[in-house]
Design a protein around this ligand. Structure first.
Ligand code: DQA
Length: 148
């Protein structure tokens, strides 16, 4: 069964109450539940991980190299704009990933316009709120080769 790892970066555990005008009212648990329901219908093994700590995100990415993960869906949150170490971890592991954002960082403050990971990503999906994650999973499903 193809395996997809969803990684949520810092502060995304606060979704639902955090700046709802920017990020919407859907909680991270609800996003994960929606993804899990969609994954189940597609025969995808889904694992979701969140951390506020950069090193834990790096360690989870490193583990994905050996735990059977086929694709990563990643919202690096604020680390998008700053983290060389997250970028290095993704490059080291070499798994294909989709970068997602709930908001459209390009329509926000200039410091959000730069992503440290976009050029490594298979694609990016931004600006569709919680749907950004579901659109990313749909894109991954379309790219996973059927068995046999
Ligand atoms: C975010 C956008 C980032 O700029 C911000 O720091 C976040 C969330 C998004 O999903 O829109 O924490 O990644």
């Amino acid at each position: 069964m193809p395996a997809v790892l969803v990684i949520h970066g810092p502060n995304l555990n606060l979704l639902g109450t955090r700046e709802p005008d920017v990020y919407g009212q859907t909680t991270m648990d609800e996003i994960n539940a929606r993804l899990a329901r969609f994954a189940a219908t597609c025969g995808i093994d889904l694992d979701c991980f969140q951390s506020n700590a950069e090193h834990e995100l790096v360690e989870r990415i490193q583990r994905s190299a050996a735990d059977g993960t086929d694709w990563i869906i990643l919202n690096p949150a604020g680390l998008t704009h700053t983290s060389v170490v997250l970028r290095d971890a993704l490059a080291a592991v070499g798994l294909p990933f989709v970068e997602v954002h709930l908001s459209n960082p390009h329509a926000r403050e200039p410091f959000r316009h730069r992503s440290m990971v976009s050029d490594l990503a298979a694609g990016t999906i931004v600006g569709f709120g919680a749907d950004s994650y579901l659109l990313a999973l749909q894109a991954v499903v379309n790219r996973i080769e059927p068995p046999g």
